[in-house]
Design a protein around this ligand. Structure first.
Ligand SMILES: [Ca+2]
Ligand SMILES: [Ca+2]
Length: 95
Protein backbone atom coordinates (compact mmCIF):
# COMPACT_ATOMS: atom_id res chain seq x y z
CA UNK A 1 0.00 0.00 0.00
CA UNK A 2 1.35 3.38 -0.90
CA UNK A 3 0.45 6.42 1.08
CA UNK A 4 -0.67 9.34 -1.02
CA UNK A 5 -1.09 12.99 -0.23
CA UNK A 6 -4.56 12.64 1.19
CA UNK A 7 -3.67 12.30 4.83
CA UNK A 8 -6.33 12.11 7.48
CA UNK A 9 -4.95 15.30 8.92
CA UNK A 10 -5.61 17.23 5.73
CA UNK A 11 -9.25 16.16 5.82
CA UNK A 12 -9.86 17.97 9.08
CA UNK A 13 -11.15 21.50 9.15
CA UNK A 14 -8.60 24.27 9.61
CA UNK A 15 -9.83 24.96 13.15
CA UNK A 16 -9.43 21.36 14.20
CA UNK A 17 -6.04 21.14 12.51
CA UNK A 18 -4.80 24.14 14.46
CA UNK A 19 -6.08 22.88 17.79
CA UNK A 20 -4.69 19.41 17.22
CA UNK A 21 -1.37 20.76 16.06
CA UNK A 22 -1.07 23.04 19.06
CA UNK A 23 -2.00 20.27 21.50
CA UNK A 24 0.39 17.75 20.05
CA UNK A 25 3.27 20.19 19.81
CA UNK A 26 2.79 20.84 23.51
CA UNK A 27 3.46 17.12 24.10
CA UNK A 28 6.91 17.65 22.64
CA UNK A 29 8.40 19.18 25.75
CA UNK A 30 11.98 19.49 24.49
CA UNK A 31 10.81 20.65 21.06
CA UNK A 32 12.83 18.23 18.93
CA UNK A 33 9.89 17.14 16.78
CA UNK A 34 9.88 13.69 18.30
CA UNK A 35 7.64 12.37 21.03
CA UNK A 36 9.88 10.12 23.11
CA UNK A 37 8.78 7.54 25.69
CA UNK A 38 8.96 10.01 28.56
CA UNK A 39 6.92 12.61 26.72
CA UNK A 40 4.37 10.11 25.50
CA UNK A 41 4.02 8.59 28.94
CA UNK A 42 3.34 12.00 30.40
CA UNK A 43 0.56 12.51 27.85
CA UNK A 44 -1.04 9.15 28.54
CA UNK A 45 -0.87 9.62 32.28
CA UNK A 46 -2.26 13.11 31.97
CA UNK A 47 -5.32 11.69 30.25
CA UNK A 48 -5.84 9.91 33.52
CA UNK A 49 -7.28 6.67 32.23
CA UNK A 50 -4.73 4.64 34.12
CA UNK A 51 -1.06 4.66 34.95
CA UNK A 52 1.02 3.16 32.18
CA UNK A 53 4.37 1.54 32.67
CA UNK A 54 7.19 1.84 30.15
CA UNK A 55 6.31 -1.40 28.38
CA UNK A 56 2.72 -0.38 27.77
CA UNK A 57 3.80 3.03 26.59
CA UNK A 58 6.20 1.44 24.12
CA UNK A 59 3.47 -0.84 22.78
CA UNK A 60 1.15 2.07 22.15
CA UNK A 61 3.98 4.02 20.60
CA UNK A 62 4.69 1.15 18.21
CA UNK A 63 1.13 1.38 16.93
CA UNK A 64 1.51 5.10 16.39
CA UNK A 65 4.86 4.68 14.65
CA UNK A 66 3.44 4.55 11.15
CA UNK A 67 6.72 4.23 9.23
CA UNK A 68 8.19 1.86 11.86
CA UNK A 69 11.45 3.73 12.20
CA UNK A 70 11.33 3.39 15.97
CA UNK A 71 10.60 7.00 16.73
CA UNK A 72 7.37 8.85 16.97
CA UNK A 73 7.30 12.22 15.28
CA UNK A 74 4.87 15.01 16.00
CA UNK A 75 3.49 14.45 12.49
CA UNK A 76 2.79 10.79 13.14
CA UNK A 77 0.90 11.59 16.31
CA UNK A 78 -1.07 14.26 14.50
CA UNK A 79 -1.95 11.84 11.73
CA UNK A 80 -3.07 9.13 14.14
CA UNK A 81 -5.11 11.60 16.16
CA UNK A 82 -6.71 12.92 13.00
CA UNK A 83 -7.64 9.40 11.98
CA UNK A 84 -9.24 8.77 15.36
CA UNK A 85 -11.17 12.00 15.10
CA UNK A 86 -12.38 11.22 11.60
CA UNK A 87 -13.54 7.78 12.68
CA UNK A 88 -15.52 9.34 15.49
CA UNK A 89 -17.18 11.75 13.14
CA UNK A 90 -18.23 9.01 10.79
CA UNK A 91 -20.53 6.70 12.71
CA UNK A 92 -21.05 3.27 11.27
CA UNK A 93 -23.98 3.05 8.96
CA UNK A 94 -26.65 0.74 10.27
CA UNK A 95 -29.07 -1.01 8.05
CA1 LIG B 1 10.63 15.60 22.20
CA1 LIG C 1 8.15 7.00 12.97
Amino acid sequence: MSSDKTSSFSKLSKDVQETLSRNIRSFDVDNDGIINVEEFKAVLNEMGIKTYDDKEVEEIMNEFDVNKDGSLTVEEVMEMSAEALLNEEEPEIEK
